[in-house]
Design a protein around this ligand. Structure first.
Ligand code: FES
Length: 147
């Protein structure tokens, strides 16, 4: 008997979290952040931003710390070429490869994948949230910081 599967749209509202200033995440770079107990890698691949859960589905390695590379692509039977430079991340433990833009594995893209997250780039309207500021006063010739 065949079972029908349905996909339900997620009704969960996702909150935005600061990752980095745009200038601190140039093309080819990544930043691993911890958000609500989850380790997430955010990547800038040629100006496009992607985020992956920093946990390999094989045995839980810190996937996002792996090497960013290309992979071999079949062009015809028994012929492969190296392509897709900077689109693939290789797990640092056993070498499984994943497409950064989708989280899909290279060897079994429909069954083995890593969680992805949305990334947005927004205008910086508020002071840099990575810099904590404290009030400073000068009292009778002495500079005081209020922490
Ligand atoms: S833990 Fe990533 S390939 Fe094994």
């Amino acid at each position: 008997m065949e079972q029908a599967t349905t996909e339900r749209a997620s009704t969960r509202t996702r909150e935005k979290h600061f990752v980095a200033l745009l200038r601190d995440l140039p093309p080819g770079s990544r930043k691993i952040v911890s958000i609500q107990g989850r380790s997430i890698g955010v990547f800038n691949i040629d100006g496009q931003f992607y985020a992956l859960k920093n946990s390999c589905p094989h045995q839980g390695a810190p996937l996002c710390a792996g090497r960013i590379k290309g992979t071999r692509v079949a062009t015809k039977p028994f012929e492969y070429v190296y392509a897709r430079e900077n689109e693939i991340i290789k797990c640092p433990w056993h070498g499984w490869e994943f497409e950064i833009s989708t989280g899909r594995s290279i060897f079994n893209p429909h069954r083995v994948r890593v969680q992805t997250y949305d990334v947005t780039v927004e205008a910086q309207e508020e002071p840099d949230p990575s810099i904590e500021m404290y009030p400073v006063t000068v009292e009778e010739g002495v500079v005081m910081v209020h922490v």
